[in-house]
Design a protein around this ligand. Sequence first.
Ligand code: SIN
Ligand code: FE2
Length: 224
Amino acid sequence: MAAAYNRRMSMPDLFENDTPRGREALGPDAAILRGHALPCLPDLLPALRQVLQAAPFRTVFTPGGHAMSVKLSGCGALGWISDAQGYRYSPVRPDTGTPWPTMPDCFKALAARAAREVGFPAFEPDACLINRYVPGSRMGLHQDRDERDFSAPIVSVSLGLPAVFLFGGQARSAPALRYPLFHGDVVVWGGADRLRFHGVLPVKHGRHSVMGPQRINLTFRKAR
Ligand code: SIN
Ligand code: FE2
């Protein structure tokens, strides 16, 4: 991680606000909470830096053997992994065989608060997947369905460079709407929207004033 990025990560600007606040409904049980993470970034960014020092980003391969364009890390009791054996959650890191870093309290509090705002009052994530997008990285349309219980929502926090989020239907073939996501935005989808297909278009070149030339996405799940 670049020194400039570390310096910025340790001095988050509470008043940095490149998004308007507010809420956009994506479905009956899904919404974008604009700027919802901004007030907690002074705690969250140093905690994220510590997690990434303990568990650096790594390249992950799909079961078909293709390298994903995003790099992955994670924290919490369980981490999402992918290899020739398939997609699944594991209590240990594939690179070291040791547990994932503990999920920081401010991560849990942010995820629970965002879920509550969208109508999920008791969200207790046990997995936080951390995706790093550099310019050109993308995430193809997929469903989050490796979790045991779909009654808990997914909570997704965007940091750094903007991206276009695709939010589709219950079938891959359904048309997907495009929503720009900015630093500090939080997306929640659960209930009737829990299995909607979603993805991210290739991230455009740029340099974010706090995060540098990258987008980091935190995805909170209840895996078990
Ligand atoms: C994901 O679906 O895992 C990531 C979504 C995002 O990066 O916004
Ligand atoms: Fe996903």
